[in-house]
Design a protein around this ligand. Structure first.
Ligand code: CO8
Length: 258
């Protein structure tokens, strides 16, 4: 396997395991880390020894979102030209199942990564949320589309408008979380599930995944393009500058609606 700066990647029999490993900032996803996550998963997806993939995080969070410090001073046109989140689309082209085992904070881009998993397990005490609204922006890597498709419009809007954190119990009731597990058993239970699926016929698993994705993904692509333009556009606003600056300066933001 390639060496990664922000990830630990391992192969255990037929299971490929990716661990986000930037714990001092709660696995905040900087651009290089996002590139690495996609590269690692694609590498495992192409690996004939691997039948199923798992993703989890080291430290006290799965991931507390995109790296705010890195993007706080970005501009809309620069973001449009870089179009960094376009790489994210490749997560939806993975052919093998991706099992998420999440804990702690699962926020913003971290929540989007969790929603992109095919099956999701969470430790008791996990907190999910889209706090982007508190920073003067909005989800930009599929959050509005995935949460709405997986939870329904009204429930999704409650969380997206408020930026509040939802418990694992609420997430399970919302329909996008498969199991809530005692923290000390999370990895073991996710691993055992992966092992069971790894024993199934790989072609059946691949075609089941493909068929289910056809059922739920219709028009997702268009929705994500629209969302992305709006996300980039918000970087032309004063409230985005204020929201992110206030986060960095550890003070309450003052939004003006401009
Ligand atoms: N970006 C950068 N640094 C972060 C982030 C982040 N998202 N989250 C936490 N950190 C850092 C903190 O600044 C802190 O660093 P330091 O020790 O140097 O001060 C360290 O991690 C620990 O965090 P806290 O001290 O704040 O820990 P608390 O337990 O007090 O609070 C929270 C935990 C509530 C999770 C808090 O850290 C927080 O609110 N974090 C920001 C959450 C957030 O707003 N996330 C959304 C980001 S925007 C986004 O995700 C847009 C998605 C677009 C697509 C992305 C594709 C990749």
């Amino acid at each position: 396997m390639t060496e990664f700066t922000y990830l630990q990647v391992a192969k255990d029999e037929q299971i490929g395991m990716v661990k986000l490993n930037r714990p001092h900032v709660l696995n905040a996803l900087n651009r290089e880390m996002v590139r690495e996550i996609i590269a690692a998963l694609e590498q495992l997806d192409r690996d004939d020894e691997i039948r199923i993939m798992m993703i989890s995080g080291n430290g006290r969070a799965f991931a507390a979102g995109a790296d705010i410090e890195e993007m706080a001073y970005d501009h809309a046109i620069q973001m449009e030209l870089m179009n960094q989140f376009a790489d994210w689309d490749r997560l939806f082209l993975l052919k093998k199942p991706l099992i998420g085992a999440v804990h702690g904070f699962v926020l913003g881009g971290g929540f989007e990564l969790a929603l992109a998993c095919d099956v999701l397990f969470a430790a008791e005490g996990t907190q999910f949320g889209f706090p982007e609204v508190n920073l003067g922006v909005m989800p930009g890597a599929g959050g509005t589309q995935l949460l709405t498709k997986q939870m329904g419009k009204k429930k999704a809007l409650e969380w997206l408008f408020s930026g509040a954190m939802m418990s694992a119990k609420e997430a399970k009731a919302g329909g996008f979380l498969n199991r809530v597990i005692a923290p000390e058993l999370l990895m073991e239970e996710a691993y055992n599930f992966a092992k069971t699926i790894a024993q199934k016929p790989p072609l059946s698993i691949r075609l089941i995944k493909e068929a289910v994705n056809k059922a739920v993904d219709y028009s997702l692509y268009e929705g994500m393009q629209y969302e992305r333009k709006n996300f980039y556009l918000l970087f032309a606003s004063e409230d985005q500058k204020e929201g992110m600056k206030a986060f960095i300066e550890k003070r309450t933001p003052h939004f003006k609606g401009s």
